[in-house]
Write a protein that binds this ligand. Structure first.
Ligand code: UDX
Ligand code: UDX
Length: 465
């Protein structure tokens, strides 16, 4: 195969956008084109003003500034980009099915299938097709079959190259990846394809960190990595509930067990519950796959991680209600944060959505402030749940841009995202603004209990009695 010069990525989202930007930045001789059917999104990626990029990630706009329109292009011309490319990444969304068989658990692969059919239709030369989207095991097989049966007789090699970047640290995760996984066939042409993709990452990563496997191991590893990470959060969250009933402090427990080098310190921060586009979706996928192979116990085991996470969100909302004298009806509750974690504007599966929904059911009046999430997104998240009408959501919940002013006459503040700026606020002023007793519920454990109590707050923190 000739030296790779052109890459196309279908899907300009949180994964495709940052990943391709970093590849373009690290491989100046490669031309990278990111395409998307969503014209609005592409326009945002091409916006002169780099603060309008559709994805917020620290360090991303600097990379875009140096690569865009040099060797990095954003376009809606999907077919043209496919035709020209040697390597095509598929990075479209794979939401959990909302209908039919596997509803609520299985991944909806219709976008992947559409992409595969489109590639088959358009391709006139041999291509390496890389699945970047998180997919249930054996999807590569489906892509392969579509490509081989509908293509124009050209040769396709299918690789699985799952993404391990975390939002908020995407650029750094890509630049300093712990490992890159490349799954492909063990045939001579499969091996060549794996080496071709590996060569791209070798521009900036040591070869030992690029692991080659078979396709199915690679696909499954992605689901398993997320399941293990989520399991740690659910494990420590289960202990947070116990700590609240006893004199143990979950931070001390995390620290004590994290020092055991066999356990390690990461992913032991107790929180109001994990969110994000991947954890829940990937675990549900694992559960669905296990169940479809008749492995009931395996499915139940992993499903419990999700059950624990739902419990943690519910518990946080119920604590607010019971603490506010068993009624939040008509009470103003300020939400600090809506994103599923700090340093991202992504809100998919964010705990804030579910906590808000539970409080709105009790007729609370919620005021939301998040430094990066738009009003439109917040309402869309709530409307999506379909618990009440869009009008009702807009009547009961307001989105504001001034976090301190928002606390005037508020009964309580709930911290749902760990944005750094919340720590630096003038909490004395906030206390003055609020109705008394002034309640603060820290779902992210970012504020110090003693300091907050000294300022006069009724302060509640996940995992502390
Ligand atoms: C998604 C998946 O959620 C994740 O599992 C996978 O690992 C990578 O892709 P993300 O990039 O965060 O993650 O999704 P999203 O931000 O929704 O981006 C997907 C993009 O694909 C959207 O912009 C969408 O318009 C585009 N798309 C979708 C296409 O261009 N063509 C399609 O047929 C479908
Ligand atoms: C995750 C994986 O980390 C990444 O490798 C994969 O590619 C995609 O899914 P992401 O969803 O971006 O990344 O965020 P992550 O940092 O893993 O956090 C997920 C959720 O867990 C967040 O809501 C976060 O607040 C929560 N979390 C994380 C905790 O509650 N406690 C912790 O100790 C760590």
């Amino acid at each position: 195969m000739k030296n790779t010069t052109k890459i196309c990525c279908i899907g300009a989202g949180y994964v495709g956008g940052p990943t391709m930007s970093v590849i373009a930045n690290q491989c100046p001789e490669i031309q990278v084109t990111v395409v998307d059917i969503n014209e609005n999104r592409i326009n945002q990626w091409n916006d002169e003003d780099l603060d309008n990029l559709p994805v917020y990630e620290p360090g991303l706009k600097e990379i875009i500034a140096t690569t865009r329109n040099k060797n990095l292009f954003f376009s809606t011309e999907v077919d043209k980009a496919i035709e020209e490319a040697d390597i095509i990444f598929i990075s479209v969304n794979t939401p959990t099915k909302t209908y039919g068989k596997g509803k609520g658990q299985a991944a909806d692969l219709k976008y992947i299938e559409l992409c595969a059919r489109n590639i088959a239709k358009v391709a006139k030369t041999d291509k390496i097709v890389v699945e970047k989207s998180t997919l249930p095991v054996r999807t590569a097989g489906a892509i392969k079959s579509i490509l081989e049966n509908t293509g124009n007789g050209v040769n396709f090699e299918i690789l699985s190259n799952p993404e391990f970047l975390a939002e908020g640290t995407a650029v750094d995760d890509l630049m300093n990846a712990d490992r890159v996984l490349i799954g492909g066939d063990d045939t001579p042409s499969g091996q060549r394809a794996k080496d071709t993709l590996s060569a791209i990452y070798e521009h900036w990563l040591p070869k030992e960190r690029i692991l080659q496997t078979n396709v199915w191991s690679s696909e499954l590893s992605k689901l398993v990595a997320n399941a293990f990470l989520a399991q740690r959060v659910s494990s420590i969250n289960s202990i947070s509930a116990l700590c609240e009933r006893t004199d143990a402090n979950v931070a001390e427990v995390s620290r004590a067990i994290g020092y055991d080098s066999r356990i390690g310190s990461k992913f032991l921060n107790s929180s109001v519950g994990f969110g994000g586009s991947c954890f829940q979706k990937d675990i549900l996928n694992l559960v669905y796959i296990a169940r479809s192979f008749g492995l009931q116990e395996v499915a139940d085991y992993w499903e419990q991680v999700i059950i624990m996470n739902d419990y943690q969100k519910r518990r946080f909302a119920e604590n607010i209600i019971s603490t506010l004298y068993n009624t939040v009806s008509g009470k103003k509750i300020v939400f600090y944060g809506w994103a599923f974690k700090k340093d991202t504007n992504d809100t998919r599966e964010s705990a804030a959505i579910y906590v808000a929904d539970a409080l709105l059911e009790e007729r609370a009046e919620i005021v939301v402030y998040d430094p990066k999430v738009s009003e439109k997104t917040i309402y869309a998240d709530l409307d999506y749940l379909n618990t009440r009408s869009p009008e009702e959501n807009r009547r009961l919940l307001k989105v504001v841009k001034e976090p301190i002013k928002a606390t005037e006459d508020a009964h309580a503040i709930a911290i749902l995202t760990e944005w750094d700026e919340f720590k630096t606020y003038d909490w004395d002023k906030i206390h003055n603004n609020m109705l008394k007793p002034a309640f603060v519920f820290d779902g992210r454990r970012i504020l110090d209990s003693e300091t907050m109590k000294a300022k006069g707050f009724e302060f509640y923190k996940i995992g502390q009695s």
